[in-house]
Design a protein around this ligand. Structure first.
Ligand SMILES: Nc1ncnc2c1ncn2[C@@H]1O[C@H](COP(=O)(O)OP(=O)(O)O)[C@@H](O)[C@H]1O
Ligand SMILES: [Mg+2]
Length: 351
């Protein structure tokens, strides 16, 4: 097949997308597919790429800034190229990629693409929407409340502080922008005194803010879902565990990408009952959210209680990312995984 790989994007996960896209492209070529690379730089300019830049030591790759004068010509050329491909793999994480916007464009272009459609992508990117949907399906989640700021003024933020004080939540709590990723803009708030600052921080990313009860003494577990081609349906991987090392308090941006302050355990050491409970709940969440192709479902386990934390419709996809590693541990190799995804996307389009 000829596969268009979209890489980069104007979210805080730009560099991670490039790392994922590079691994995926290599696996596609290795699997006998033809790859057409399309880069989206941080300014949102689309260009055809000869190669995806790689990581140089500790510095993360970034697509070069391009003068926006040629935007229409570049964009048109990329859209035309996408239409010549059998499938598009939008390897984009976060806003403007994983949130339904690019999926809408691909629908307009009338092409087959890997992963969730417009509605599921948008719903999974938006934490309050995800939680509302899961809650109404009876899936256990941490207690939360939601507030939409009018603007980022002190007055609006003071209103949000008052709203949270009236809610059922207690401290510590997490304050997060509704549509974020990579832990950017979020804070673990131990007491009321830090609430104003945390809302100010989140408001720099999104005026819609979610407040979540912190789940203490829990284990962080992830599980992959993959729709296998030829109508074989969705399967769940073995779960994995993330162990954040003290003094870090949670799985923040640094722990995710920049240092080794988290141990990633694949597969997680869990007893059989809870493993199948996690897998079944992952498939249920995938279904409730209307996901397609793939997703990574994140959980917290407290004792024997399982809580769904969030759903990622385009999870990190480098060779060392959790999603491919969980499938590797479940018997699906990286090249097989990528091959399955493009075939599932292609067969879905010709349904
Ligand atoms: N309610 C919570 N209780 C405890 N830890 C949390 C909670 N919410 C988030 N965290 C911590 O913050 C991390 C990032 O939160 P998450 O909602 O997954 O944001 P993102 O979409 O940016 O990944 C989680 O992996 C976890 O370590
Ligand atoms: Mg997360």
């Amino acid at each position: 097949m000829k596969v268009a790989v979209l890489a980069g994007g104007h979210s805080s996960e730009h560099s991670i997308s490039l790392l994922s896209a590079r691994s995926i492209s290599e696996a596609l070529v290795q699997g006998g597919h033809e790859v057409s690379l399309i880069g989206i730089n941080k300014e949102g300019v689309w260009t055809r790429l000869a190669a995806v830049p790689k990581r140089e030591g500790h510095s993360l790759p970034v697509l070069p800034h391009t003068d926006t004068v040629d935007f229409a010509a570049h964009f048109g050329e990329c859209a035309a190229e996408i239409r010549t491909c059998d499938v598009t793999f939008p390897v984009l994480h976060g806003p403007f990629g994983e949130d339904g916007t690019v999926q809408g464009l691909l629908e307009l272009l009338g092409v087959a693409y890997v992963g969730s459609g417009v509605l599921a992508s948008a719903a999974c990117m938006d934490k309050p929407t995800t939680k509302a949907k899961l809650e109404s399906a009876g899936i256990p989640i941490p207690d939360f409340t939601f507030f939409e700021l009018d603007d980022d003024s002190n007055e609006s933020i003071t209103q949000a502080v008052a709203y949270v004080a009236e809610s059922n939540l207690s401290f510590p709590m997490f304050v997060k922008p509704a549509r974020g990723g990579s832990s950017v803009g979020m804070t673990r708030v131990p007491t009321a005194a830090q609430l104003f600052q945390a809302i100010t921080e989140a408001s720099q990313h999104d005026l819609r803010i979610i407040f979540e009860q912190a789940i203490e003494n829990m284990r962080e577990i992830e599980c992959g879902v993959l729709v296998r081609p030829n109508h074989q349906g969705a399967v769940a991987s073995l779960p994995s565990e993330i162990k954040v090392k003290p003094p870090r308090l949670f799985y923040d941006f640094e722990a995710k990408y920049l240092d080794d302050s988290a141990d990633l355990i694949v597969p997680a050491q869990l007893d059989g009952d809870i493993t199948s409970e996690i897998q079944n709940m992952s498939l249920q969440v995938f279904d409730v959210m209307g996901c397609e192709g793939l997703a990574r479902i994140d959980f917290f386990i407290r004792g024997t209680e399982l809580l769904v934390s969030e759903v990622n419709t385009m999870p990190g996809f480098t060779e060392i990312s959790m999603y491919p590693r969980m499938f590797e541990a479940s018997g699906v190799t990286y090249p097989q995984l990528v091959d399955d995804l493009v075939h599932t996307a292609k067969s879905r389009a010709s349904r």
